[in-house]
Design a protein around this ligand. Sequence first.
Ligand code: ADP
Ligand code: MG
Length: 295
Amino acid sequence: ATPTAIMVGTGLGAQRGVLFKSATALETAAHIATVAFDKTGTLTKGEPEVTDVIVDGSAVGLDEDTVLALAAAVERESEHPLAAAVAAYAADRAAPVLPATGFHNVPGHGAIAQVDGRTVAVGNAKLLAAEGVDLGRLGPRRDQLAAGGRTAVLVAIDGHAVAVIALADAARPSSAAAVAALHEAGVRVVMITGDNAATGRRIGDTLGIDEVIAEVLPADKATKIAELQAGGAKVAFVGDGVNDAPALATADVGVAIGAGTDVAIESADVVLMTSDPLGVPTALTIGQATVRKEK
Ligand code: ADP
Ligand code: MG
């Protein structure tokens, strides 16, 4: 595109809260065939809240408040948004504050620590499976909650599954409209998430997403983008987190949510200043108008 067209496009983007970092970003935006969105913090607000707590502590002889206190002790040591929500819920319920030792984070799975002489694991089904814990009666409860779009966090104490903590993370108000606008423009829309497949599918259906790629480990997001690019399709990736930086760099156009982490913003080609997903179709439209002017 001509320098004038680039200047006009960049200015138009700025007016609409879409910051193009380079002329290449603007030009490539015109040719995007697939947009992949991160889920948490991108299509959703990234502020999960506990909605349901199901406890069966009989196997370890513990009551509901104690189970919650043990889970919260582990989650207070974690930086994961789900962990913060679990810790906040326990604090609201005035559950006792217990110290955790030997904390370790298992990326994409959860966290484990020793609390009050017990081994406490908090995370997804993969974490419990890796610890050799059978979900027992809690399995069907977890499946129900996941089918309803909840993120189900499981708690195991000394090798026994004792609780399911369900969390909901509301979609951003314009996420569905952004997906619809992309469809209107003939663009395929994918969602990539570390969350469970059933949860991801439910949220994806609600938003009208074409393909949901779930249970993706943080380190594998960039690989998924490369797979979407196979065959030559130009792919944009939209993300907010530290985990998203490699995928933002791999994508033909990396788009960061303005409210996202500094690392995401630095790795991106385009920044949505108002964190509004509708900025994505806007960016593509401005790119197309810019390239058209060149002819
Ligand atoms: P995402 O941010 O897309 O959900 P993550 O890779 O951060 O992806 O996490 C993947 C999954 O691992 C979460 O959905 C959750 O089930 C589990 N998980 C990770 N860390 C924790 C934690 N500290 N507490 C509970 N669950 C966790
Ligand atoms: Mg995210």
